[in-house]
Each structure stands twice: as C-alpha cells, then as structure tokens.
Ligand binder design. Sequence first.
Ligand code: KG4
Ligand code: ZN
Length: 334
Amino acid sequence: MSVILAIESSCDETSAAVIVNGQMQSNIIASQSVHEEYGGVVPELASREHQKNIVPVVEKALRDAKVNKNALEAIAFTRGPGLLGALLVGTSFAKGLAMGLKIPLIEVNHMQAHILAHFIKEPAPQFPFLCLTVSGGHTQLVLVKKHLQMEVVGETGDDAVGEAFDKTAKLLGLPYPGGPLIDKYAQNGNPEAYSFPKVQAPGELNFSFSGIKTAILYFLRDNVKKNPDFIKENLADICASVQATLVNILMEQLTKAAQKYHVKEIGIAGGVSANSHLRKIIVETGEKMGWNVYIPDFEFCTDNAAMIAMTAHFMFKEKLFAEPDVSPMPRMKL
Ligand code: KG4
Ligand code: ZN
C-alpha cells in the first residue's frame, strides 16, 4: 500500500496530487495569471502566489481523492530544477506536513517527473525508450533505461525550445506564455511562407535555439520597417513558419538519436509537447520509422503534481526518502 501526497511549485503553477498504489486519485492545478502583463514569470510574484494557493490546493487534492491526511504514508515535493523562491514554498510546506504527520519525505526531480508522466495512464512505453523533453526551461533527449535510471544523450546549449516559442511570441506582441498562442494562430497559416536559418549546435545530438531567435528578431525588424502592419497582416503565416522550423529542429535530433540508440519506443514530455504541430509530426514520423509513439494527456504535459506523485510512487517502492534538512536545488540535474 502506498498513499502519497505530492506538491509541485517549481515555476508558476501550484499543484497537488494524491496517488494510491500507483493510481492517480486527484491532480489539482492553480495557474497564476499575474505574470501575463509582465511578459514572463516574475519570481517574487510566483512565490507569493504559491504561498496563497498551497493550502487550498492541497486541501482540494485530498478532498477529491477522498483521502484523510492521517492516511498519508509519504509527502513528495519538487526539489528542482526551478525558481528558488517558488521551490521554497513547496519544499517548506512538504517538510512541515511530513514532520507533523511523522511520515517520510520524497524529493522529486521535476525533469524526471515530466518523463514519468508517461506512466500515469496506459499504455506506457517499454524500456529502453527515448524521450524528447521540451519545456520552458529545458530541451533534452533522454534515454530512459528504467523508471529511475535515465541518461541525457542530447540537450540545448543555450535557450530551451519553449523559450524560443515564448520569446518569438513576445516579439509578435502576444502575451505570456506565448507558446500556446503561436500554436493557435499557426492553425490558419502556411508553414512554408518564411524560412529561418537552422543553427547546428556543437555535439551530434544537441540543440541550439538562440540563433534562430535572433534571426526572427531581424526578420521582423526588417519587414516592419518596410510595412508597419507586417505582423498584423501575416501573423498566421509567421506563427506557422516559426513553429514548423522549431519542430523540424526537434524532430531531426530525435530521429538521429533513435537511430543511434536503435530505439523504437519514443515519447515526448514537458509543456511544449502540448504543441499540436509537434504532436502531429511525431505521429507521422513514427509511422514512417516504425516507432511506437507515446504522448501524455494534455494535463500531464504542462506542469502538474500528478507527475511528481507518479515519480514518488516509484521512489517510495525503493525507499528513496529525503533527509529532513533537504533544501531546494534550483539547478538540479537529471
Ligand atoms: O513544462 P512547462 O509547463 O513548464 C516548465 O517546466 O518550463 O512548459 C512551459 C512551456 C512554455 O514555454 C509554454 O509556452 C510552452 O511550454 N507551451 C507550448 C504550448 N503549450 C505550452 N509551446 C508551444 N505550443 C503549445 N501548445
Ligand atoms: Zn515543467
């Protein structure tokens, strides 16, 4: 028997989930809209929002799961990577609750959890599988050998792909987070309307997105100089072209890695895996390459505590508990 409450507070979602014997019972997410007007997450405001939300979110997670806090057997929390002040809220809350209930604490790596979101619902990938983890802070190719044994085989040397989406959106005058809006406007655009140069990152399976961001900046600046309404008149085509370029870069490296490691079990994880074009292209490529493609449900792609709870379930089985003096690790590695 394992009854675990998990807390996620690494960035701008306050989330709590309850998992019983590996079955998810609840997953409550409070998103923070305060950041929209600032064009990005403001760390200080994120911490304050977590502080406001954490008690009601945890109470609702327990209520929806019909689990009394005295029945809990462990408290899991995101230790990192993430914003220090945001992580501190979840970490301190988890420590206090575990101490009060006299039960173990489980520290979870947020990036590992994004990958283990694949095990929340059937069918789950077979080991070893290759996971493309794409979020606002990370872009990684991970070879997953077992639930808790993972190897990073490629990653970005500069910006994450989510950042490339969000920064492009900002240049287009769209609010934060712009990734989903680029996805939305791209639906009606021509992905071949414009092309942007691809930058080859050092290392066979690595990524680089800062060059393309600069190329987009110059492209927009030059065109707006000629026609001040250029963005307004061509928004759908610009979004579709940028999105296609970014997805293309991801797919090229993913395909190379799958060939190099002879893996046909392929997954995507992280916020950008909610992108409809990426979801479509990965399925099409999978059909051509004979891959089995796994894409978590939308609610388990962006930040959520269900994935933290799933990871904690596997760690609980191995009795991998945290020390009581554990503190957040903003740059925690996989
Ligand atoms: O995993 P996540 O929720 O938070 C981090 O751990 O970073 O990822 C957030 C990122 C943001 O950059 C957001 O713009 C992007 O995921 N994102 C999308 C879409 N939905 C979320 N990017 C492109 N298309 C989407 N549909
Ligand atoms: Zn995330």
